[in-house]
Design a protein around this ligand. Structure first.
Ligand SMILES: C[S@@+](CC[C@H](N)C(=O)[O-])C[C@H]1O[C@@H](n2cnc3c(N)ncnc32)[C@H](O)[C@@H]1O
Length: 243
């Protein structure tokens, strides 16, 4: 049995609020549209998936939280990707929600109900780090518990040939959660990257941009969602480009 420290959540007008990080899990304007804009669109997933070969596409995330990003990515995958291809969604989570809070969170997204019902029915197994086979076997979810850098180092060491196609860098803001946004995380990302590996994140913090570039990624700014001024997205440009 894994020792799990669950997230301490309070619910504020339907918004999940982290007592530990003193921050909300998703945008109060529209968390669903923000996730779609920041993570799905900036990684250009729709155009990459339309004619995807019969292979596995791997997304790696920092901070599973309520699973909203996962559910949105799975929904788009089921709609666009060829039936013989697979989505492997890996997410690192240091403080997973308990099953009760996961259920409360899922009630905020009626449009995702079919998918979230299936996730929730298997969530206790995910908390045991059992790889879930969901949605007629077309999507696999690996929830890896612990600090993101440690989790992805362990993952790479256990499966040395693994590669990630797209990164979702979530995990509360660098100002509120500086421990996660470390150079060592970006170096792990580089070790799991190929030339087509992309990333996207809601933050445009200059330290994050600098460390991503130092690890070999190009990092562009674009307008952020709603009131957020800017966000970052980019590709792995290779070790030769590392600063
Ligand atoms: C803004 S929430 C993520 C929202 C999530 N992607 C979703 O769709 O609901 C940030 C998450 O990062 C997790 N987290 C914070 N620090 C972490 C770390 N060092 N390693 C892994 N996860 C971390 C938090 O526990 C929280 O669940």
């Amino acid at each position: 049995m894994l020792a799990v420290t669950h997230a301490q959540i309070s619910w504020r007008n339907g918004l999940a609020y982290s007592e530990h990080f003193q921050d909300v899990y998703y945008n109060s304007d529209n968390g669903l549209l923000e996730s779609n804009y920041v993570f799905l669109q900036a990684n250009r997933l729709a155009e990459r998936w339309l004619n995807y070969p019969d292979q596995t596409f791997t997304i790696a995330e920092t901070g599973f939280g309520t699973g909203l990003n996962f559910l949105l990515a799975a929904k788009m995958w089921l709609a666009l990707a060829p039936k013989a291809a697979n989505l492997h969604f890996i997410s690192a989570e240091k403080y997973p929600l308990n099953p009760h809070d996961m259920t409360t969170a899922s009630q905020q997204w009626p449009e995702l109900k079919a998918l979230s019902d299936e996730l929730i029915s298997h969530y206790p197994q995910a908390l045991q780090e059992i790889k879930l086979n969901l949605f007629q076997g077309r999507v696999q979810l690996s929830l890896l518990l612990g600090d993101a850098t440690c989790v992805y180092r362990r993952f790479r060491q256990q499966a040395p040939n693994s590669k990630v196609d797209a990164w979702f860098l979530d995990g509360f803001s660098p100002a509120k959660n500086p421990d996660m946004w470390q150079a060592s995380l970006f170096q792990e990302m580089a070790l799991l990257a190929t030339p087509s590996t992309s990333f996207a994140t809601f933050t445009s913090a200059s330290a994050v941009r600098r460390e991503l570039i130092a690890a070999g990624f190009n990092a562009h700014k674009q307008a952020g969602f709603a009131k957020k001024r800017e966000m970052l997205y980019g590709h792995y440009a290779g070790a030769a480009h590392a600063a």
